[in-house]
Design a binder for this molecule. Structure first.
Ligand SMILES: NC(=O)c1ccc[n+]([C@@H]2O[C@H](COP(=O)([O-])OP(=O)(O)OC[C@H]3O[C@@H](n4cnc5c(N)ncnc54)[C@H](OP(=O)(O)O)[C@@H]3O)[C@@H](O)[C@H]2O)c1
Length: 224
């Protein structure tokens, strides 16, 4: 839900997503729309346990991560989140931040914890002192931005890769090399993320784009 303003715009985007059958809603402290996301989830009619909610710790708040988490939870108006991520590696605070993340997980307030935008070194350092390994590394990944080494290292370390911006933030969707139409290029990009055994975080203001996204995940890529 990056770049979608709080209030009505984000509420509509979440409602469209849930009505389309999407069940993973990704927000962050940094996006400043947790309140609208939570309102939309509570008024959607979809049972809470069917929705996977991710939010993220802003690294400037790493020193007081537990308080920052409680504030996120309060804005969302939820009892727990499914996944809490460290949004970016906090310089010099990797281990102490991860200990606070573990404490949040041990209290059952975040069902899983993970990281985002971490390089292999950051993950290795975190793992050295971790009781609970990061479940996920959410990273920028698209046909124009793909780090094979990082993806393979995460896999070897048992950290799932979640691709963000797989549609290259809506850019180059009319790339003639990739396909004949922007809509088809968007479908191919989404499918390449899923077929690569990664999960993907997409975003859309528009209900028709969200519905196209869901249809694309029901198909698989072939070599033709
Ligand atoms: N961890 C991080 O640091 C990080 C960073 C960036 C993003 N993220 C997460 O990943 C999510 C997705 O990232 P993103 O917004 O950068 O990327 P994206 O999904 O690659 O691109 C979104 C853009 O693609 C357009 N789009 C979607 N479906 C389309 C279609 N079928 N045809 C044409 N255009 C289409 C959307 O336009 P419309 O709005 O008009 O539909 C929007 O402008 C974010 O919302 C956020 O939750 C995480």
């Amino acid at each position: 839900m990056w770049q979608i303003p709080d209030g009505k715009p984000v509420q509509e985007a979440v409602h469209w997503a849930l009505e389309s059958g999407i069940r993973h809603i990704d927000t962050a402290r940094f996006y400043r729309n947790e309140r609208g996301v939570g309102d939309a989830i509570r008024t959607s009619g979809v049972p809470r346990e069917e929705i996977w909610v991710t939010t993220k710790l802003f690294p400037f708040e790493a020193l007081w991560a537990e308080r920052a988490f409680q504030r996120s939870l309060g804005r969302l108006g939820l009892d727990y989140v499914d996944l809490y991520l460290v949004h970016f590696p906090p310089p010099g605070l990797l281990l102490s931040t991860w200990q606070k993340m573990e404490s949040i997980a041990k209290q059952g307030l975040a069902r899983s914890i993970g990281v985002s935008n971490y390089k292999v070194d950051d993950i290795n350092k975190t793992l050295q002192a971790a009781d609970i390994p990061p479940a996920v590394n959410q990273i920028h990944m698209s046909p124009y931005h793909y780090s094979k080494d990082l993806a393979e290292s995460c896999e070897a370390l048992g950290v799932a890769v979640e691709a963000y911006s797989p549609l290259t933030r809506g850019k180059n969707l009319d790339d003639p090399v990739r396909s004949r139409s922007p809509r088809r290029t968007a479908s191919l990009r989404r499918r390449s993320s899923f077929d690569g055994a990664f999960s993907a975080a997409l975003s859309s203001f528009q209900s028709r784009h969200g519905r196209n996204g869901l249809r694309a995940t029901h198909k698989s890529l072939t070599s033709r």
